[in-house]
Design a binder for this molecule. Sequence first.
Ligand SMILES: [Fe+2]
Ligand SMILES: [Fe+2]
Length: 290
Amino acid sequence: MIIAQISDLHVAAEDDFMRKFVDANLKLERAVEYLNGLSRRPDVVLATGDLTDHGRPAEYGLLAEILEELHIPLFCIPGNHDERESFRAAFGQSWPYLPSEGPIQYVVDDFPVRLVAVDTLRRDHHDGDLDQTRLAWLDQTLAGRPDTPTVVFLHHPPFTTGIWWMDCIGLAGARDLEIIVRRHPQVHRVLAGHLHRPIVTNWGSTVVSTAPSTTHQTRCDLDPEHGPVIAAEPPMLELHWWTGDQFVSHTTVFEEASPRVEIAAVVSDWESAKARIKQGPPFAKGGLLG
Ligand SMILES: [Fe+2]
Ligand SMILES: [Fe+2]
């Protein structure tokens, strides 16, 4: 099973300030084309929040137009740039998995890996939180199927990243979340967004990662004296391959900046080289692969 993760889509109206810097809507269209075009298509796509830039109804309309083109089952959660009610009003009818009121938390039991959505949105704030009601729902939900491999996905990551200005708008309730997830070892992975960078850490009894944005990235800068910088890095997404007992995650640039090089084109006897690669190691230097 392959889970594609897109995050921080930040879809906005045409006159939005950020779209003059980078066209988030166009980048999302490219991401959709990329995912549809993969010869081994992901089984499911998770969008981990900041679906729009301001949570406005018109933005959700634009988002719906772009996502309509995606030919893979999609599950979304809100981020701090979203508004629950506008989101629900736009998608509640067409996406029956969305709860009709309260936090946007739900379970998907259609795949070999169980998908559990957690809503970290704190109304009118950029930082996130998880209150006792949302945490109790998660604990109870995870207790329901202790033997099924599970992914929990949410917007705000529950760890300190070292990018100070993003950590300032982190997640309250992260420690309580860790205690709960630790109680349920079937949680093989926690997938977050918000950081606009691919970051990974061991956390509690599992692994947590943040996905890069489909539009713009934050600069990889751990110096606490430096100010916030949006990096001129390409749009990216993640492919999480579930092998049956572990997740192997790939971060990929979906809009290529330079021409692709096929290995076959630079190896003189490709058929022999391919057969040799399939035999496995050891690979002595100077052989068919140079
Ligand atoms: Fe974001
Ligand atoms: Fe965010």
